[in-house]
Ligand binder design. Structure first.
Ligand code: C2E
Ligand code: MG
Ligand code: MG
Ligand code: MG
Length: 289
């Protein structure tokens, strides 16, 4: 009897896996036409200065505006896209879209784009970035590329060379989700990053955990020594924002300041950050551009 149970349990998991695989294949097939059908969209989350809370730029975050599934978050389709060269088309599309959007913003605002490791490996990424800048007319110092350290694990020499090409264009390179991997520190020495983005798990923990606060202080000190800019992500409370600016993080990002916004909502958001002639970083007329 136990044996029979084991077999049916086994069959249960097998059919479970089959249906998950079928689901993935369905999503993949559907995703293939998504760019052509104009279903992919970028939302933009503000990054603000830790000094005055005013926006310094936006991070582009992809969503899939699916006709029946609704607005699908990246966690549900980027990994699937990464299993084939679909991620190359999606990645190229994202860089181009983000540059074109940012070219219409006031000049002091930057745009950050997340690059997947497989896209990075599979394409001539330096050329893709250069063409996106040329085509959009965006100044290179206004573009930031966010990568995770996972990218550097395999074949680091080739990756470092490609990153160097992008950086030579004047583009900023940021290490995303800093602190979540296994060897963040050694990678900081292998490649000259401009910026680190502290993962939101540390920010979240800092509320109740004094050790998390000590770690954040230590990261901030290290970043200063290495002359790295430092952004904290996932800031959800005034208390976290105050602590992070006290330890000299340069930039803050999180729901406390703003959620990711649709492109069409950016002018209205920028207007709300207009705080009067003395502190104004942007003119209202510019914000509407
Ligand atoms: P990420 O690059 O670390 O982006 C930050 C994520 O944290 C975003 O989730 C953002 O909405 C979320 N977030 C921001 N502030 C807060 C906060 O205060 N609290 C909480 N709980 N969450 C916050 P999202 O948009 O779902 O993106 C998830 C991940 O998907 C990104 O993590 C990035 O790794 C990936 N991703 C997003 N867009 C792209 C893209 O265009 N290409 C690639 N390859 N990956 C992307
Ligand atoms: Mg990111
Ligand atoms: Mg991140
Ligand atoms: Mg993260």
């Amino acid at each position: 009897r136990a044996k029979a149970d084991g077999r049916s349990t086994h069959r249960f998991f097998e059919s479970q896996m089959d249906s998950e695989q079928r689901e993935r294949r369905l999503i993949e097939a559907d995703l293939r036409g998504a760019i052509a059908r104009n279903e992919l969209v970028l939302h933009y989350q503000p990054l603000v200065s830790a000094i005055d809370g005013l926006p310094t730029g936006f991070e582009a975050l992809i969503r899939w505006n699916h006709p029946t599934r609704g607005l699908v978050p990246p966690a549900e389709f980027i990994a699937i896209a990464e299993q084939s060269d679909l991620i190359v088309d999606i990645g190229d599309w994202t860089i181009n879209q983000a540059c074109m959007a940012a070219a219409e913003w006031p000049d002091h605002l930057t745009v950050a784009v997340n690059l997947s490791a497989r896209h990075f490996r599979r394409s001539d990424i330096g050329r893709v970035v250069q063409q996106a800048l040329r085509h959009s007319g965006l100044a290179s110092h206004r573009l930031e590329i966010e990568i995770t350290e996972g990218l550097l694990i395999e074949n680091p020499e080739e990756v470092i060379e490609k990153l160097g090409e992008i950086r030579a264009l004047g583009v900023t390179i940021a290490m995303d989700d800093f602190g979540t991997g296994y060897s963040s520190l050694s990678y900081l020495l292998k490649f000259p990053f401009d910026k680190i983005k502290i993962d939101r798990s540390f920010v979240e923990a800092s509320t109740n955990d004094p050790i998390a606060r000590d770690i954040l202080r230590a990261i901030a000190t290290m970043a200063k020594t290495l002359k790295l800019r430092i952004t904290a992500e996932g800031v959800e409370t005034a208390e976290q924002a105050a602590f992070l600016s006290e330890i000299a993080c340069h930039q803050l990002q999180g729901f406390y300041f703003a959620r990711p916004l649709a492109r069409a909502d950016l002018p209205a958001y920028l207007l709300t950050t207009f705080v009067g002639p003395k502190q104004a970083l942007i003119e209202p007329s510019q914000a509407l551009a």
